[in-house]
Design a protein around this ligand. Structure first.
Ligand SMILES: [Zn+2]
Ligand SMILES: [Zn+2]
Length: 343
C-alpha cells in the first residue's frame, strides 16, 4: 500500500509498496481518508518521545471507510464511514474492564506504539475501536475526534467547570478544543494565553472570552492578581506549568495536558499542597467517544475550524519534513486522501 514512512534517517518518505496490515477474521480493514498530524508524531520523529523506532507508519487520528471486514465481524460492512479509536487493550485485564484500556499492560496505540498508523492507506481495526461517522460530518472532522476525545476526558475530570473562571495556556489544537469545551461546559469566562496572534484570534472566534498575548519569555502584563478556578496547561511548555501554578486560585484545579518532553520536575509540589489544588490529566477517554461525536454533530464544538492546513496525501511527506525541520508552523494539519471529502 501507499504509506508515508518515518525512516531511520529521521525523514518522512512516501513509499508506494509498503506492506498493508493484514486484518484478522475479527478485524476490519479501514481505508484511511483523513489522518491528523499530531505534535506527538513530530516529537517521536525528533526523538523527544521514544514510543517507537523507525521505519514506522505514524498516525493515530484516523477517519475512513471500511474496505472489508473479517468473517467474525458483526454489525459493520464495507463502505461504512468510521472514526477509529486508536487505543488497543487486551479486553480482560482490570484496566480494560474498568474502562481504562489505555493503561492496559498489553495494550498500545495504533500508529504510536503498535500496528501501522493513519499515515498509511489502510489500518486494521477491531470493531470495538470503531465509531460511526455521521453522514453530516466530513472525514476531516472524523479525524479530529481523537484529540477531542482526550481533551473532553480532561474537562470531564475537572468536573467543576460550570460557573468557573477558566484559563487555557496554549492555543494549539488542544488549547482550542479546551477553550470550546470549557465554554460548552458552562464556564463563566475562558481566557486563552498564547504567544501567537493567529491562534489567539482563532480562540476568540471559537469560544474564548479573552485572549492574552504572552511575550517570548512567557510573561504577560495581564492583571497580576487575576486568578482562575481551573487552569489548563495545553502548550507543552515548562514555563506554562509554572504560570498555571501561579494563576490558579486556592482550592482550584490544574489540568496538566501537554507533554513537555523534559524529564526534570517542573512542579513545586508544596504549592499544590499549600493551595489545596486538584490535579487532573487525561490521555484517552474510552467511554466518551460517542459524546464527542455528538458535540460536533450538534454544532456545539467546531473541530473543522481548528484545521489550518489540509494536505493531500501525495504532498504529505514533504509537508511533514518541513514541520519536523521547523520550516513551517501550523495550528492543525490534516492529511487528506486525494478525492476524499475533506471539508
Ligand atoms: Zn494526537
Ligand atoms: Zn487490558
Amino acid at each position: 500500500m501507499r504509506a508515508i514512512v518515518w525512516q531511520p534517517d529521521g525523514r518522512l518518505e512516501e513509499v508506494a509498496d509498503w506492506p498493508a496490515p493484514a486484518p484478522a477474521e475479527d478485524e476490519a480493514l479501514v481505508r484511511v481518508r483523513a489522518a491528523g498530524i499530531c505534535s506527538t508524531d513530530l516529537h517521536m520523529v525528533s526523538g523527544r518521545l521514544d514510543f517507537a523506532k523507525p521505519p514506522w507508519v505514524l498516525g493515530h487520528e484516523i477517519a475512513g471507510s471500511i474496505e472489508r471486514v473479517g468473517s467474525r465481524v458483526v454489525g459493520w460492512q464495507a463502505g461504512d464511514r468510521v472514526v477509529v479509536d486508536p487505543v488497543i487493550g487486551c479486553g480482560s485485564c482490570r484496566s480494560c474492564l474498568s474502562g481504562r484500556k489505555y493503561l492496559c499492560p498489553d495494550g498500545g496505540e495504533i500508529g504510536t506504539t503498535t500496528g501501522s498508523g493513519g499515515y498509511g492507506a489502510y489500518v486494521a481495526v477491531k470493531p470495538g475501536n470503531l465509531y460511526r461517522l455521521p453522514d453530516a460530518l466530513s472525514y476531516e472532522e472524523g479525524a479530529m475526534m481523537e484529540p477531542l476525545n482526550c481533551t473532553l476526558g480532561a474537562i470531564d475530570r475537572a468536573r467543576n467547570i460550570a460557573g468557573a473562571r477558566v484559563a487555557v495556556f496554549g492555543g494549539g489544537p488542544a488549547g482550542q478544543l479546551f477553550a470550546q469545551l470549557a465554554h460548552v461546559y458552562g464556564a463563566a469566562s475562558v481566557t486563552l494565553f498564547d504567544k501567537r496572534e493567529e491562534t489567539l484570534a482563532l480562540g476568540l472566534r471559537l469560544g474564548a472570552d479573552e485572549a492574552v498575548h504572552l511575550s517570548l519569555g512567557g510573561e504577560s502584563q495581564y492583571g497580576a492578581g487575576a486568578v482562575f478556578d481551573v487552569v489548563v496547561e495545553a502548550s507543552g511548555s515548562v514555563d506554562a506549568v509554572r504560570s498555571c501554578l501561579e494563576r490558579v486560585a486556592p482550592g482550584g484545579t490544574i489540568v496538566l495536558y501537554g507533554l513537555n518532553g523534559s524529564d526534570a520536575p517542573s512542579i513545586p509540589s508544596d504549592r499544590i499542597v499549600a493551595k489545596d489544588l486538584g490535579v487532573v490529566t487525561c490521555i484517552s477517554a474510552p467511554l466518551l467517544w460517542d459524546r464527542g461525536i455528538r458535540l460536533v454533530e450538534s454544532g456545539r464544538v467546531d473541530v473543522g475550524a481548528i484545521v489550518s492546513d489540509r494536505v493531500p496525501f501525495g504532498a504529505g511527506a514533504a509537508f511533514l519534513n518541513e514541520l519536523t525541520g521547523r520550516k513551517r508552523q501550523v495550528v492543525k494539519a490534516m492529511l487528506i486522501e486525494e478525492g476524499a471529502d475533506g471539508t
